[in-house]
Design a protein around this ligand. Sequence first.
Ligand code: DC
Length: 243
Amino acid sequence: MTNSLIPVITIDGPAGSGKGTIARQLAAILNYNYLDSGALYRILSLLSQQQGIAVDDLQGLVALCEEMDVRFGFDAQSSSNSGSIDELQTNKQPENVSVFLNDNEVASDLRTEECAGRASQLAALQEVRAALLEKQRSFRQSPGLVAEGRDMGTVVFPDAERKIYLTASPHERALRRQKQLKKQGISASLGTLLKEIETRDSRDQNRAVSPLRPAADALLVDSTNLSIEQAVNRIAEIVRGGH
Ligand code: DC
């Protein structure tokens, strides 16, 4: 199969819209490959910080992009399925996606707000985005790909078969983030989280290169008043071909 014939489903949207959970469920059930493109920006953030490469050292950042070897792995729970979209059910919850950087598992290192904030700065750089473009496209492997991020449908996979743009109000997204952090034993004030989310949104939406926006042919889903289960069902419906 030539690369362009391999189906891609894109799920774009801001942080906290639920796109990560939904993309992972879809990928696991379809037995598709999975790309968390935000993780690539976060890995670059982590690596550049560890190696003392400044956010304005474009050459150093591009070299890091070229070096990094990234893989995603689901836990065993999600590996047994028939690959049928009709079987998309909400009881499949591959929450534990491993992120391997050069064979080391780094998922938990990528989740900090500090890592995310720096990733957002790096994501505004044209050179960085260009250096990560082919890497992202290389995840398009048989039998298919579910790709989540900010510009999957607009820039990276403009020919994707189905494009979803998932949103939720900033307040709801801050609440979700607070709950997520609480589960990890971290307490954070809602006001601080809301401010962080709004700053990041504004940077992602207003940057000159690949700003966060829905593709013209994306279907919009607002998850503010939907449970994860309801959002997954809504998106499953769209992926199956209904609107
Ligand atoms: O989805 P996330 O929070 O892990 O993304 C981390 C940062 O990377 C965030 O600021 C948005 C940015 N990003 C991007 O610009 N383009 C993507 N395709 C994915 C993420």
